[in-house]
Design a protein around this ligand. Structure first.
Ligand SMILES: [Zn+2]
Length: 139
């Protein structure tokens, strides 16, 4: 099950909803492409919660365009562990030829928590365990 958010106010909305029940934004007129772009832009949103949500949705929707940006975040962000954790989880879900390399590289991240998480994640991927179930920790 994929969670959808209103791109304007970030209310959780039903997939079939035509308008956001909170702010009335027309979800119908909003194309997939615009939605993806909005999510990509939100990755450097000043509100940490929105960055997290954006990373999570990009992973769930398997948006490959997010991979270079997620890679940048891992290279530059050192403080926000929960965000980096969500970024790593998102990477694990996206089908991209570079993803293992990027997660592998995160094992050398300056934050011990992040490097440990990258290690655990790689083991999970190698065991082909279901990464979906990890969402309850990242949400
Ligand atoms: Zn809304």
């Amino acid at each position: 099950m994929i969670t959808y958010y209103c791109p304007k106010c970030w209310q959780i909305v039903d997939e079939k909803e035509k308008n956001c029940p909170r702010c009335g934004f027309s979800l119908d007129e909003f194309s997939n492409q615009e939605y993806e772009q909005k999510l990509l832009d939100a990755l450097d949103h000043t509100i940490p919660e929105r960055r997290m949500i954006a990373a999570q949705i990009l992973g769930n929707l398997n948006i490959q365009e997010a991979v270079p940006i997620l890679k940048e975040i891992l290279a530059n962000e050192t403080e926000d562990y929960y965000f980096l954790r969500t970024v790593l989880l998102a990477l694990a879900k996206i089908d991209h030829p570079e993803k293992l390399e990027i997660i592998e590289h995160a094992k050398c991240h300056p934050s011990t928590l992040v490097s440990q998480f990258a290690q655990e994640l790689l083991e999970k991927i190698e065991d082909q365990k279901n990464i979906e179930t990890w969402d309850r920790f990242s949400g």
